[in-house]
Structures are given as C-alpha cells and as structure tokens.
Ligand binder design. Structure first.
Ligand code: FEO
Length: 391
C-alpha cells in the first residue's frame, strides 16, 4: 500500500503484511496484519513514529522515498514488529535522535542493540515542537509492554496509539470501515490487551479527554471516529460478561464429545448462548476472542495417562494468562481407568478466580446417569447466570 496522508504533514508510511499467517508463533493472523509507521513533517523538523517488522524494512524505505533528513525516530514500543527496522533506519539517517519512554531506554539496548547518546528518554507529558506540529508524549504503559507510550499531535487532533486500539487486519483502507474493524480489533484486544485491563482503564482516562479526531494505531487501519475505539475498549474491559458458555474441548474416542453435545443442547434449552471449539487444529485467536465475553468456561477433555489432553492444558494455560472476566468454570472429563485430569484443569485456571460449578467426570462412554449429570451442570450454570443478572 502506498503512503497516504492522515492530515497535512502526517503520512502513513508503514507496511501492510497481507501474507503473514502467524504472530509470536502463537496467534494466527487470518486477515494478515500491518506495521504502521507515521512520518510527521513540521516546518523545521521531521519525526518518524515507529519503524516496521524487520521483514518489511525495504517497504518502509520505499515509502520514505528520497527523504534526506530525519531528526527524530520516536520508538513508542520496543517489540520488534515496531523496532526491528530501527538499526537500519538509523544507519540510513545517522543524524536522527531516538525518542522513547524512560523504560524503553534499557529495552532498546537489550532488544535491538541501540543505545548511547543517540537515545533520549522523554518525560510523560513532555512536548517537542517540529515547527507547527507539537508532539505530546503520553506514557501508556502495558499497552502492550511496560515501556509503551502514545503521542498526541494537537494541531491535527491525531493520536498515535501504538498497539493500543490496533487490529491484525491487512486492508487497503487508510481509515477503517467500522463494520470490518470491530471484530478484528476485538480479536486483537483478546490476544494482546486483555491481561492488562486495569492499566488500559487508566490509559483510556488519559487519552479520551484529548478530543482526538483520528487514532493511528500501529496495526490495522486508522480510526476516523475515535469514540468507537474508546467505547469498544470500555465494553471489553468493564462490560459485564454475556449469557454465554464457551466450551473448548478435545475428544479422543468420542466420550467427551458425547458430553459436550449434551451440554450444548441443555444450555441452549435454558436460553444460554454456546460457543464450542474443538481444540484439535483450533485457532487460538478465536478461542481468545470468545473469552472476552463468556461468563462461563466449561472445558471438556479426555485423560491421557493421568492428565488432561495436552491440547487442553495449553488452552487453559493461555486462558489463565489472558485473564478474561469469566465468572464460572466447570469441566467435562472422561477417563479409561484412572485420572487426575480434573484437579490439573482446575489448578490451571486458578488465576481466573472463577467459581467452580460441579464438574462431570465419566469413566468410559457416558451412561444415561452421566448424561443426567451433564443436564444438572447445565441447570446449575443457568442458575448461576440468573443469580448474576446475566440473563
Ligand atoms: Fe505490535 Fe506489542 O507489538
């Protein structure tokens, strides 16, 4: 995608990565992504906001064209998808100074080996004038790492928010289509931002009153209506969970699946929405997406030797780390001769602090009595949702 102007003197010069299919070797990217970089040109000085993933350095350079002078490279976030091209940019513009948050100084030295007098930490709230373009730096920690900061350019009402409000969405649109951006932004929130809710709340209090006209994140399209981004984040952080049960499951010989099928029907009969996800070959980003709203997680797993199937262990470990707002947890466990799977599954989600609803543990193929226990689990979940006012 060619460089385009967000506002006079503010150009998007980053790279759209249509073909990338995995991030951090963990998160599938069904819609690709972008590494956004913004060139801000004042009457006297020029600043580049963030670089790009090192695989896309050539695209950034092509978009910078014959730019002769760069005064500042602002590193809002040290993760390599934004700082990876920094050494190459500094090699091309040896006179440029790196501006970053105080916590980023050491991280730049360790992560991309950029250090020394060339790096200057700016203070929270500090302003740098490019000549008719004021860069107001705002520390917005834990969106996504501790050093992360954002920048507001008041003359144009542009907020450059780095990972915050981002989306893994490759598109030719500069300004995002609101229908298209919402599911992508939610998925990104789930994968990247959800563990940091309390810090994001503070960051929102800091950036929302600025009255921004545009938000330029570091992934995905620009928000032409910033209030949409603020409202979505408030809902995902502080909105109540939905009357929704998420059932991640694995089934080796069908016993667990019989219970999952039964639970799904029994929950639907009680007016509860269900999302089920077979973890075999599953998209963990989709799992994270569903975790944003689910009031209850019911994990269905067979026993491998003594423990839950490894796919379930990985999924529960991820759920525990992402810190979703699920209030209730339960399990459907099957086994052949002995099992410690239930204890391990409960321990795996200890940090969720979700209330345990009586699980169902079945030896072999579920009997009619076992399925009645599954029905009882559905009834118990329905009662919990009703008590919590989620219905
Ligand atoms: Fe897009 Fe946390 O890097």
């Amino acid at each position: 995608m060619k460089p385009r102007e967000l506002a006079p003197g503010i150009r998007s010069v980053g790279a759209v990565d249509w073909d990338r299919r995995m991030f951090d070797m963990l998160i599938p990217l069904p819609q690709g992504t972008s590494y956004n970089s913004y060139l801000v040109t004042g009457a006297e000085k020029t600043a580049l906001f963030d670089t790009v993933d090192p695989t896309m350095t050539a695209v950034l350079f092509e978009h910078l064209g014959d730019l002769q002078r760069l005064d500042y490279v602002v590193v809002q976030h040290v993760e390599q998808d934004h700082s990876g091209s920094l050494p190459a940019v500094l090699a091309r513009f040896p006179g440029a100074q790196v501006l970053c948050s105080s916590r980023a100084v050491d991280m730049l030295a360790t992560h991309v080996h950029v250090s020394g007098d060339i790096v200057r930490a700016v203070a929270d709230g500090e302003e740098v004038d490019l000549g008719g373009k004021t860069l107001r730096f705002l520390y917005t920690p834990w969106a996504h790492w501790p050093e992360t900061m954002s920048t507001f350019i008041p003359e144009d009402g542009v907020l450059l928010s780095c990972d915050m409000f981002g989306s893994h969405l490759a598109t030719s649109d500069l300004i995002g289509d609101e229908e298209e951006i919402q599911p992508a932004a939610k998925r990104y929130f789930a994968e990247i931002m959800m563990p940091f809710g309390s810090m994001l709340r503070k960051n929102l209090e800091k950036v929302e009153p600025l009255g921004a006209r545009l938000i330029g994140p570091s992934h995905g399209p620009v928000y032409g209506r910033p209030q949409l981004a603020f409202d979505l984040y408030r809902e995902w952080i502080d909105g109540p969970p939905h009357n929704l049960v998420l059932i991640p499951y694995v089934s080796m010989h069908g016993s667990t699946k019989v219970m999952v099928d039964r639970l799904e029907g029994a929950l639907v009969d009680r007016g509860i929405k269900v999302e089920r996800l077979d973890l075999q070959g599953a998209d963990l980003g989709r799992f994270a997406f569903s975790l944003v709203d689910a009031a209850t997680i019911v994990a269905g797993a067979p026993t491998v030797l003594q423990q839950p199937h490894p796919l379930m262990r990985a999924a529960l470990m991820l759920a525990d780390e992402l810190k979703p707002k699920a209030r209730f947890f339960s399990a459907l466990v099957s086994y052949g001769w002995a099992t410690k799977a239930l204890e391990s599954m409960i321990a795996a989600v200890a940090d969720l602090k979700a209330e345990l609803v009586e699980p169902v543990v079945v030896k072999g193929l579920p009997t009619a009595e076992d399925l009645a226990s599954v029905d009882a689990l559905a009834a118990a979940i329905a009662a919990k949702h009703a008590e919590a006012g989620l219905v």
